[in-house]
Ligand binder design. Sequence first.
Ligand code: NDP
Length: 343
Amino acid sequence: RKGNVIVTGASSGLGLATAKALAETGRWNVIMACRDFLKAEKAAKSAGMAKESYQVMHLDLASLDSVRQFVKNFRQSGLPLDVLVCNAAVYFPTAKEPTYTADGFEMSVGVNHLGHFLLARELLEDLKASDYPARRLIIVGSITGTTRTRCIPSIEAHPLTRASPCVLPGAPGNTNTLAGNIPPKANLGDLRGLAGGLNGLGGSTMIDGGEFDGAKAYKDSKVCNMLTMQEFHRRYHEETGVTFASLYPGCIATTGLFREHVALFRLLFPPFQKYITKGFVSEEEAGKRLAQVVSDPSLTKSGVYWSWNSNSASFENQLSEEASDPEKAQRLWQLSEKLVGLA
Ligand code: NDP
């Protein structure tokens, strides 16, 4: 039978390119889990995806009710679940004030981490129940939180790239690259803001308890994604045989992720990536990379953070100190469970 893969945020950018790459193999039925049903249908059509290769199901990660409803709808479809790809994300680099999910969490961490955390926890049962030989749970990471980068440090320090999520590792513990020390750096601190509910009501909207900073909130959320993947691996890999993986697909400077950025940045960022840092990958190439993590029989190792070198060969990347801290991962897991109503 065909494999069934859920891809969140498959209506644009990396998610759409991945959905298309998988659909084209003829071996996958892609469930496009999207907040805008019509946009996703149109995107699939204009990408040339064959009607029988996909279906769109509504999922708004900015609402825990919507996540639970999605899980119900998916189960009602009667399809087994073989691979889950947590890909969707929002990024608000220029926001002066936080925005909030339906449950009152700061939006970047609420969507990128907490919505996906609930989704992945719920759907683990379905992955367990599948008879597919290579069941996988993939959470898209970012270069934030890695120790190695293909970008040139002196270029990364350029003010134009300062708020970019991908040229700028900005990770705590990432002290072996100059860029790792350029603010805003990801830093979850002692998670006091998360413990306080991340809603600004008497506490902070930032995980570390600090002042709101949209670019940092995105980077923090990506560190959460990578910690979550590893905690899943530690808790469930042996018991379930499910492969847990994360990846940095490369800097895809053309996607909608940069839609909130200032116009000049949006104009200059793609050529800057292409010709100067050479970190640029097309959406199509990035989609193939993620599709490889979904389906390549050689990428079955669990707990791995995949990256690609300039020849497009995959390798196991190293995570920064914070993004690989098991105690932090466990605390993040417990606090996230409380916030999404699992504990
Ligand atoms: P896009 O903005 O193109 O895609 C993001 C997707 O997430 C869209 O489909 C969007 O839906 C969806 N989404 C946003 N909010 C929600 C929500 N509340 N519920 C459901 N879906 C939602 O960005 P990219 O393709 O670049 O990003 C995809 C992933 O790649 C992210 O995890 C990002 O962190 C990661 N990444 C990207 C890099 C890059 O250089 N672009 C580099 C490293 C990692 P809609 O179409 O309705 O807006």
